[in-house]
Design a protein around this ligand. Structure first.
Ligand SMILES: Nc1ncnc2c1ncn2[C@@H]1O[C@H](COP(=O)(O)OP(=O)(O)O)[C@@H](O)[C@H]1O
Ligand SMILES: [Mg+2]
Length: 360
């Protein structure tokens, strides 16, 4: 009998001893794969596909952290990224580190296409900005808001390490499982092992993006999966428990596939919308502030919604004085708004900020 208060050292290795390829799963799998492949196609066809990565990954970092009650606002986040003097609250720093951790992971798998325990450790250390490693002391439990223990992950460093090596083998071996199903399985397993004292949720969600890239399903991992989880958070927790307590894989796998489908579709719509917004702003700049116009300028305004003179000047758009004039004129034309913080002046692409705040 499963006892939530006893370390779950019996957590079975993957793949589960269950029929995963049921009719409902296969039907959902087709839809999710199709949506993802459309997104992949649209992204690879963009003239500058990496342009939106910063923003998308910051939105992902913000939502994934929010699932863990680390709450920030877009303004605080984007301001802090470009500010010389970082005044951000601890939560802002943590979200920015999440994005760094994601990028570190992406860079690692670029060089070595392999998800390992050590990579997970590197990622969690980057998020937590400390030297955390595999849990060595007992006492890690998952509890509800009233302190009621719902799950006690495996305990004992060797037990955890062994389960992580089994997981590592499962992730990287070739088999007949569909990669999207595999992604769902590995996420559950990682969360159930819960190898770290903290940061497991966030590391596990970074692995989702890394796996999408590794498996070739999404060449440019411009996707914002945590948006789905934050909107369907209770089910996420309940479904994870359903797997542990009742081996209910199907509803959990369906949830993960639905996440891929919904988010891929939404991302596709949003990529087109933001590209259209970029065209509109380009035209406005050409018309209203022709001297300031360049393709590079527009790209900077859309790479991140906050900018400043130094950024433009570093990008080779002119001296600080020249680009300062551009920015002032863009503000006069109503294309940018500005904000002062101490000695620094930031310029904000309000249309992009509004777009990011839109729920869909
Ligand atoms: N019953 C459960 N079984 C396994 N994992 C769970 C369960 N409930 C929640 N989780 C996972 O644990 C994460 C929280 O773990 P934690 O180490 O605090 O992560 P973080 O520091 O990123 O907040 C959740 O986001 C979820 O992924
Ligand atoms: Mg936590």
């Amino acid at each position: 009998m499963f006892n939530p208060k006893i370390p779950f050292n019996e957590l079975p290795p993957l793949p589960p001893d269950a029929d995963l390829e049921t009719k409902p799963v296969m039907r959902k799998l087709i839809k999710a794969s199709r949506a993802l492949s459309e997104l992949n196609g649209a992204l690879t066809n963009l003239p500058n596909p990496n342009l939106f990565l910063d923003t998308i990954h910051l939105q992902e970092a913000k939502s994934s952290s929010e699932i863990e009650n680390i709450i920030t606002t877009n303004d605080d986040l984007y301001r802090d990224i470009i500010a010389d003097k970082k005044v951000g609250a601890p939560a802002v720093k943590e979200v920015l580190r999440y994005k760094q951790a994601l990028w570190l992971g992406l860079e690692r798998i670029e060089n070595r296409p392999f998800i390992s325990t050590n990579l997970c450790i590197e990622i969690v250390q980057c998020i937590k900005q400390n030297s955390s490693g595999i849990r060595v002391t007992p006492g890690t439990v998952l509890a509800d808001s009233t302190g009621n223990v719902l799950y006690t992950p495996p305990a004992g460093e060797m037990v955890i390490r062994n389960k992580m090596s089994e997981l590592e083998l499962f992730i990287n071996e070739t088999d007949n499982l569909d990669p999207l199903i595999k992604m769902a399985l590995l996420h559950y397993q990682f969360e159930a092992i819960h190898p770290f004292a903290d940061g497991n949720g966030r590391t596990g969600r970074i692995l989702l993006l890394l796996y999408l890239k590794l498996s070739g399903l999404l060449q440019i991992p411009a996707i914002y999966l945590s948006d789905y989880i934050i909107r369907n958070k209770l089910s996420y927790y309940e479904l994870l428990r359903g797997v542990t307590e009742r081996q209910e894989w199907q509803p959990y796998v369906l949830y993960m596939l639905d996440m891929v489908e919904v988010i891929a579709q939404r991302s596709l719509v949003r990529i087109h919308a933001v590209s259209a917004l970029m065209d509109t702003i380009s035209e406005r700049i050409k018309k209203q502030v022709p001297l300031a116009y360049s393709k590079e300028l527009v790209e900077i305004l859309f790479r991140l919604p906050y900018t400043k003179r130094q950024v433009l000047s570093d990008a080779g758009l002119g001296t600080l004085k020249t680009v300062g004039n551009y920015l002032a004129q863009l503000e006069q034309a109503g294309i940018l708004t500005s904000e002062k913080l101490g000695k620094e002046k930031f310029y904000i692409n309000k249309a992009l900020m509004d777009f990011l705040a839109k729920p869909n």
